[in-house]
Design a protein around this ligand. Structure first.
Ligand SMILES: NC(=O)c1ccc[n+]([C@@H]2O[C@H](COP(=O)([O-])OP(=O)(O)OC[C@H]3O[C@@H](n4cnc5c(N)ncnc54)[C@H](OP(=O)(O)O)[C@@H]3O)[C@@H](O)[C@H]2O)c1
Length: 273
């Protein structure tokens, strides 16, 4: 589906708000003249308006009034208050699309009170900021397939996106939202191995990062199981097999499984402070 937005309101023109508005206007999904972005500080509004050619405001209510899509991009601690502030100005013909981490569609609907507004929740990750994100999208009680598809299409402008039931969102948090941090450590560690073997650090880091990128693309583009791709690199009695042996001895596989599970359990509130 090619998304088309007539008028877009971005509540919270911070890092993610700006990532989305710039990608959506660059791809022609919405004309920058039809975007209103809000922020708390005048300096922020001025810089966003000047850089992206969008209207800016401090007034969230006014911003949502004529918008068909409203993107909620403020911090989690501010989100409930902002939804309550704008709810009288929202209607069932609009879509409220939230990227606020940890805020469920049910919680958003509670803040909306009796307004039967379609809510779409998205969980992007930080590589979205360079167009390489992974986003999962789910819908609230008034969201239909078209709303979900619109959400998916919006996030496909900043990487890959898929529609998923909300009950999986804690797992998504543990995997694709926390995952970049795990992989930065993997990249750093691979590079350290290269440095130990005498490579200059910058070269080692480039080799490690591009190797992770290439391996990810191989999995996505061939559709082959990662184990099959690993077997292709592993010559009998060769050097890769020695490396795999060291890796299994060190417990990398089980460590990564535990990392995803722990982060996901934390997102679900199953781990104490
Ligand atoms: N960063 C990521 O990669 C990422 C990934 C997944 C989800 N998220 C979610 O995305 C949301 C935004 O994160 P971020 O990193 O973009 O944060 P951010 O850069 O701090 O942006 C938040 C923006 O909200 C504005 N704001 C604060 N109070 C407001 C209000 N009452 N009305 C309107 N705007 C207001 C701020 O304005 P000022 O600039 O003037 O203070 C700021 O521009 C968070 O809920 C986070 O959980 C982020």
């Amino acid at each position: 589906m090619q998304a088309k937005i007539e008028r877009l309101a971005v509540l919270g023109a911070g890092k993610m708000g700006v990532t989305l508005l710039s990608a959506l206007s660059a791809s022609g999904v919405v004309d920058p003249k039809n975007i209103v972005a809000t922020a708390r500080h005048e300096s922020r509004r001025a810089s966003v308006g000047a850089k992206y050619g969008v209207a800016t405001s401090r007034d969230n209510r006014q911003a949502v009034e004529s918008a068909d899509v409203v993107l909620l991009c403020v911090k989690p601690q501010t989100a409930g208050q902002v939804v309550e502030e704008v709810r009288e100005h929202l209607s069932p013909q609009q879509v409220l699309l939230s990227i606020v981490a940890g805020l469920t569609t049910e919680q958003i609907e509670e803040h909306l009170g009796d307004r039967e507004v379609p809510v779409v929740r998205a969980m992007p990750n930080t590589p979205s900021r360079i167009g390489q994100g992974m986003t999962a999208v789910c819908g609230g009680r008034y969201a239909n397939e078209n709303h979900l598809e619109l959400g998916r299409a919006i996030f496909s402008q900043i990487g890959r996106s898929l529609i998923l039931e909300e009950r999986y969102f804690d797992a998504v948090t543990g995997l694709s939202a926390s995952g970049p941090a795990f992989l930065y450590i993997v990249i750093e560690a691979l590079a350290e191995g290269g440095v130990k073997m005498g490579l200059p650090r910058q070269v080692a880091t480039e080799l490690a990062a591009q190797t992770c990128l290439g391996a990810g693309h191989m999995v996505l583009e061939t559709g082959d199981h990662p184990a099959l791709l690993k077997d292709e690199v592993t010559t009998p009695a060769g050097c890769t097999m020695d490396g795999i042996l060291a890796l299994e001895t060190g417990g990398l596989r089980v460590t990564l499984i535990n990392a995803v599970v722990q982060a996901g359990r934390r997102a679900a509130g199953l781990v104490d402070e």
